[in-house]
Design a protein around this ligand. Structure first.
Ligand code: PGA
Length: 225
């Protein structure tokens, strides 16, 4: 069962940052980050991830996606075993941008969840309200309980409009997800989280953390969350 004791602050860089920019981010962040009980992890693009994992082993890293196949003859794919062997800890799955642009379905996401867990990566399953039932139906209880969920209303994501949900709606929706999962799962909120509103989400007992896109790109802003 994924612990609900610590707050998670996850940085989703999406397809941003060259290797030079990413290294500068990590160097600056290492200097300014404060001691904290929060679990902080950064999700860069694949090529940047593999360099940063080696150069900055004191930070925690995750991938933005993984292959639906195990290692083998699958040109262009990045299998979970490889990510794990490099030192990644988490993998984002089913992000709304992948569901939209790559037409990823809940069935596909579930397959990736199984492979991630088999490789001892923690899946961070991203989903909007209308995907709760279909996504949960594809997962068995053990997989649900070993994953972290990120409730991300599409309209709240900065690239899709950026209208963040009121706290009350977010909390009610997260409670619905826990009820549907029939388990006390860890659920983060994502969508236009920034240094101004993060405290509201992070201080609420029913929200286990935040998944941050745009406001994670600047290390100084990210460190203020
Ligand atoms: P945003 O992105 O913080 O830029 O809205 C969040 C996400 O897409 O995970």
């Amino acid at each position: 069962m994924t612990q609900r004791t610590s707050k998670y602050i996850f940085a989703n860089w999406k397809a941003n940052k060259s290797l030079v920019e990413a290294r500068n981010w990590a160097k600056t962040y290492q200097k300014i980050k404060k001691e904290s009980s929060q679990t902080i992890a950064v999700f860069p693009s694949f090529p940047v991830l593999s360099s940063l994992l080696q150069e900055f082993p004191d930070l925690t890293w995750g991938a933005q996606d993984c292959s639906e196949y195990e290692a083998g003859a699958y040109t262009g794919e990045v299998p979970t075993q490889l990510l794990r062997s490099l030192g990644a800890k988490y993998v984002l799955l089913g992000h709304s941008e992948r569901r939209k642009y790559q037409k990823e379905t809940s069935v596909l996401v579930a397959r990736k969840v199984e492979l991630a867990l088999a490789a001892e990566l923690t899946p961070v399953i991203c989903l909007d309200r209308d995907e709760f039932a279909t996504q949960l139906n594809q997962l068995d209880k053990a997989s649900i309980e070993k994953s972290i969920f990120a409730y991300e209303p599409v309209h709240a994501i900065s690239s899709f409009g950026g209208h963040e949900d009121p706290l009350e709606t977010t909390v009610q929706t997260i409670q619905q997800l826990r009820e549907m999962a029939e388990s006390n799962i860890a659920v983060l909120y994502g969508g236009s989280v920034d240094a101004e509103n993060s405290f509201t989400y992070l201080s609420h007992k029913d929200i286990d953390g935040v998944l941050v896109g745009k406001s994670s790109l600047d290390p100084e802003l990210f460190a203020k969350l």
